[in-house]
Design a protein around this ligand. Structure first.
Ligand code: UT7
Length: 329
């Protein structure tokens, strides 16, 4: 019997309506559309506005659309994993809250915190449950309300990040389609360059943590840029070589959307033409765990069943990795 794989059988996404353009940012901090466009490739990003709304609400929209699109009933879903660094609260997990808000009662659910690699880490974890045969309809969500941890007086971070959510359905496949392999890595030394120090057990919320702005994201951009380029390009090449493929065998490269210059450099280092690289950073910015499923959602109509695609991500931790998928829709 053919090996059981986990196939993506549906993809959906959600971004909030409010558009934070570069022109609006020019009014908020000392920046220009020209700087943001040339240094990052971002023209606008979406921001979740509204009292009482959080990451789970974006996840709910993505998952509801996914269930409708795939004709999946609430009772059939047996597992939900959410990649996020901006969960609604410290605990319980946002995946629990998404399930409750939608009415998914037969699933066990939890979050994966791997920053911008959260979706990739969650997808690989979910795939193992499907491959083992214990779970048959697993939803993987990548969702982040980055605006909740951004200091809108810090021009080095506020121009980069946006809010959004994406979700995929994984089901067993025995015809060779689905997730073929993942190479995932992490290095905790990277924590010094990209982190949110406040709110955990090291620096619980206090007057000091507020005064020192510890609840905002901190990034030292240049070392992160360098590590992102070298880590993503090397892991993509490792995966291609491991499977005896050439770049011609890969239809789409789906990179984390952190900076167009990172995306272009990774593509160049992997000798991959930009026409086959998914890019939507210009309209959403960096949505952390949501970038990969939002790319799949945007490019869904351009992909064909049987296409080999490689997802790659890099983020806080540092965390990074690449996943090879034979597209199954
Ligand atoms: O998703 C998780 C992983 N994250 C990433 O992969 C992000 C990696 N890093 C980056 O994408 C880039 O480093 C940034 C986009 C964050 C920054 O771009 P950069 O080309 O590395 O700029 P820089 O930090 O070296 O700053 C260059 C100059 C500085 O001015 P001085 O010191 O040369 O006078 C900054 O103060 O640009 C200045 N600058 C800005 N100027 C206008 C920084 N942010 C801005 C801004 N507008 N928004």
């Amino acid at each position: 019997m053919a090996k059981k794989l986990a196939a993506i059988t549906g993809v959906h996404g959600y971004v909030p309506d409010f558009v934070l353009s570069n022109a609006l940012l020019e009014e908020m901090v000392d920046t220009t559309d020209e700087w943001i466009t040339t240094r990052t490739g971002i023209k606008e990003r979406r921001i979740q506005k509204g009292e009482g709304l959080a990451t789970s609400d974006m996840g709910v929209e993505a998952v509801k659309g996914l269930l409708e699109k795939t004709g999946t009933s609430l009772d059939e879903v047996d597992m939900v994993i959410c990649g996020t660094v901006t969960g609604d609260m410290a605990f319980p997990d946002t995946a629990n809250i998404i399930c409750d808000k939608i009415g998914i009662r037969n699933a066990f659910s939890f979050d994966v915190n791997a920053a911008c690699s959260g979706f990739l880490f969650a997808l690989t974890t979910a795939a193992k449950f499907v491959e083992s045969g214990t779970h048959k309809k697993v939803i993987v969500v990548g969702a982040d309300k980055m605006s909740s941890i951004i200091d809108y007086t810090d021009r080095t971070t506020c121009v980069i990040f946006g809010d959004g959510a994406g979700a995929v359905l994984l089901e067993p496949s025995e015809d060779g389609y689905g997730i073929q392999d993942s190479i995932l890595k992490s290095n905790g030394e990277g924590r010094h360059y990209l982190h949110q120090k406040g709110g955990g057990s090291l620096n619980p919320a206090s007057k000091k943590s507020l005064d020192e702005k510890m609840h905002y994201i901190y990034q030292n951009g240049r070392p992160v840029f360098k590590a992102a380029v070298s880590s993503m390009s090397s892991v993509v090449m490792e995966l291609i070589e491991k499977h005896n493929l050439t770049k011609e065998d890969i239809k789409w490269l789906v990179p984390h959307q952190a900076n167009i210059r990172i995306i272009e450099t990774v593509a160049k280092m992997a000798d991959f033409p930009m026409e086959r690289v998914m890019v939507n950073i210009q309209k959403y910015g960096n949505t952390t765990a949501a970038t990969l499923p939002l790319c799949l959602w945007d490019y869904e109509s351009k992909m064909e069943k049987g296409d080999n695609i490689i997802l790659t991500a890099f983020g806080g931790g540092f965390t990074w990795g690449a996943t090879l998928i034979k597209w199954s829709i």
